[in-house]
Design a binder for this molecule. Structure first.
Ligand code: MG
Length: 456
């Protein structure tokens, strides 16, 4: 959490419970956030983590001490809280969640009045208040109040339903398996899917903040139970959410698990068929598949740095209505310009219904790419120099330096070389039209990086 005067990482504040995120630290974070907003109404919720209620109370104490009112809501998915902030005209929101991190972590995402995470500039303002102790304590008779706002999950479900063709979906009588990782996705997605006229089978549905069934990161390695269940009961698709249900990873009727790029590409295609020339926001870490689809169906891609907050902020800035990430985050602007696992599920069901195609067919008709990943160890203090050295070697290629170095080659292969924001490593993501080429690319650049690193 706290490396050299920073609280916020790429996606909110994260830390180990009672090591970095202690109650006293969180009271002070609440004081800083309350001072930042200044005597306003803040909606507060948390995910299934065992530390959620404790940290929610600590942050409430800090926020109300600055004169802001806190509206306590139930256990909620992040996108449900984000929608409620906008829907109830709150001045801001806070969700206590560490998203996909393991159970011993927790975190704090701060939401602006439009439902989108605050910008990185606003995060810096909060950090300044925190580290410079510029807290505005309210006088004893002007403390904020603690109120309640319940039932936001059902309002959220109603809102999602307005964005899809319920009749068309219901006609198909789809059967969907939902794997909510024992967390908040199970509080909304199964009800939503049932209200769309589908049959739902849930696994890992009980709330358990220790995430006893699988890790909250929906990786293919941890979704074996979901894939097997879909196949065993002959369901049409399976969906797995991360810990706070803003990301969704899908499994087709054969039990095949798809990375987020593939399902985002399906949604992108049908979005562009209805919205020619639309702007689409995606980080440079996304597959060339996204670029291919945008080129074919006349969309305009706006590349960003990696990170969902950056994607949301860019969508807001250029008024784009669709964004997506390779990790299963889809941002559907007509609903809200933030990642939303339940909204993504509804969109995919609508596409399956309207095209009368199975998920495997929708994915198979896309251009196919093979992805290879790797990493090298690199001390944090050498990262910037290494980036400059690699750039000097490849600067004449077709590339983007918006985040790391991404090179697109003429044969539609590509590589992204990027320093990790959280670990002392450089990551390499290569893709190509065949596996051998992708592997060759990743190996070639891995040895290049190692050689360069030795010269630093
Ligand atoms: Mg998440």
């Amino acid at each position: 959490m706290s490396t050299s005067k920073k609280l916020f990482g790429t996606n909110g504040i994260r830390g180990l419970v009672n090591v970095e995120l202690t109650p006293d630290a969180v009271v002070k974070i609440g004081l800083a956030i309350g001072t930042f907003f200044g005597k306003k109404n803040i909606l507060l919720g948390y995910d299934a983590r065992t530390s959620g209620p404790m940290l929610a109370k600590a942050i409430t104490s800090g926020i109300t001490a600055t004169g802001c009112n806190v509206y306590f809501t139930e256990m909620v998915p992040t996108p449900s809280l984000q929608f409620a902030v906008k829907n109830h005209k709150m001045d801001g929101g806070i969700i206590i969640t560490a998203s996909h991190n393991p159970a011993e972590y927790n975190g704090i995402k701060v939401i602006w009045n439009d439902g989108i995470e605050i910008s990185h500039e606003q995060e810096v303002e909060i950090e300044k208040i925190y580290f410079d102790n510029k807290i505005n304590f309210a006088p004893w008779d002007k403390l904020g109040e603690i109120k309640e706002l319940t039932d936001i999950n059902s309002e959220y479900i109603v809102a999602i339903k307005t964005h899809v063709d319920i009749e068309e979906i219901a006609k198909k009588q789809f059967h969907i398996v939902v794997d909510a990782a024992n967390s908040v996705g199970g509080l909304t997605a199964p009800s939503l899917i049932r209200e769309l006229g589908c049959k739902v089978t849930s696994i890992n549905a009980n709330i358990d903040g220790t995430f006893s069934s699988r890790e909250p990161e929906p990786r293919p390695e941890s979704l074996g139970d979901l894939a097997a269940t879909v196949k065993a009961i002959g369901a049409d698709i399976g969906v797995a959410f991360d810990g706070d249900a803003d990301r969704s990873i899908f499994v087709d009727e054969n039990g095949e698990i798809y990375m987020g790029d593939k399902t985002f590409a399906v949604i992108l295609k049908y979005f562009l068929l209805k919205n020619k020339d639309a702007k689409v926001v995606t980080p440079v870490s996304s597959s060339t598949l996204i670029k291919d689809i945008a080129d074919t169906y006349e969309g305009k891609i706006e590349w960003t740095k990696v990170g969902s907050v950056t994607v949301s902020q860019k969508m807001k800035e250029i008024n784009a209505q669709l964004g997506g990430e390779e990790n299963g985050g889809v941002f559907y602007g007509p609903h809200q310009a933030v990642r939303d696992g339940a909204m993504t599920t509804a969109l995919l069901l609508e596409i399956m219904a309207k095209t009368d195609k199975k998920l495997s067919e929708l994915v198979a008709e896309q251009p196919q790419y093979f992805i290879e990943k790797s990493k090298i160890n690199c001390p944090n203090e050498k990262k910037t120099v290494l980036q400059e050295k690699i750039y000097q070697q490849v600067k004449n290629e077709n590339l983007s330096t918006i985040d790391g170095v991404k090179i697109w080659f003429n044969d539609k292969s590509a590589i992204l070389i990027r320093a990790s924001g959280t670990e002392p490593v450089y990551r390499l993501y290569a893709e190509a039209k065949n596996k051998e080429k992708a592997l060759k690319l990743v190996e070639e650049y891995q040895s290049k990086l190692k050689e360069l690193l030795q010269t630093i």
